[in-house]
Design a protein around this ligand. Structure first.
Ligand SMILES: Nc1ncnc2c1ncn2[C@@H]1O[C@H](COP(=O)(O)OP(=O)(O)OP(=O)(O)O)[C@@H](O)[C@H]1O
Ligand SMILES: [Mg+2]
Length: 140
């Protein structure tokens, strides 16, 4: 387990880029943290490492967005709106795990569908500093 403190959106994106650098063609990252914690900003940084950023749409209405080029295939999930884990199975969520890198906002909701190995990142806000975040990174 590793704890990293960031003091800006840019710093959080840079942490994401450092993690992106170490990823293979597949792999799962789950992002947990309250509304506005920085899950989507982290994802933007991650995508930018692969030059996939463009305008990232927060996938609030689509559960899964695909970003793909010659360097990588990335599936960005936001599972907040799923009623339960059965809905995740119903949309074939697990099938993406072998197709590319999967980044899953609110991943704790579908934790039991995950394979043995994944990276879990909890992002915590600080009530005294609007721009501070604590990233708790665990490799399972
Ligand atoms: N250190 C920081 N790291 C990341 N974001 C920060 C930081 N400080 C301030 N912010 C701001 O916090 C907000 C994070 O928004 P973001 O959309 O990434 O959150 P989210 O966790 O995806 O929320 P949601 O659950 O609604 O999807 C942005 O407005 C960003 O500028
Ligand atoms: Mg988000």
């Amino acid at each position: 387990m590793k704890e990293i403190i960031t003091y800006s959106e840019e710093e959080t994106k840079n942490i994401a880029k450092q993690i992106a650098e170490k990823m293979g063609k597949t792999g799962i990252i789950i992002l947990n943290g309250e509304l506005g914690a920085g899950k989507t900003k982290f994802t933007e940084g991650f995508l930018s490492y692969f030059e996939l950023e463009k305008e990232i749409s927060s996938p609030t209405f689509t559960i899964i967005n695909e970003y793909k080029n010659k360097k990588a295939t990335i599936y960005h999930f936001d599972v907040y709106r799923l009623a339960d884990i059965d809905e995740f199975y119903a949309i074939g969520g697990e099938e993406y795990f072998s197709k590319g890198i999967c980044i899953i906002e609110w991943g704790e909701i579908i934790q039991e569908a995950l394979p043995e190995h994944y990276i879990k990142i909890d992002i915590k806000k600080d009530e005294n500093n609007l721009d501070k975040r604590i990233l708790i990174i665990e490799e399972k």
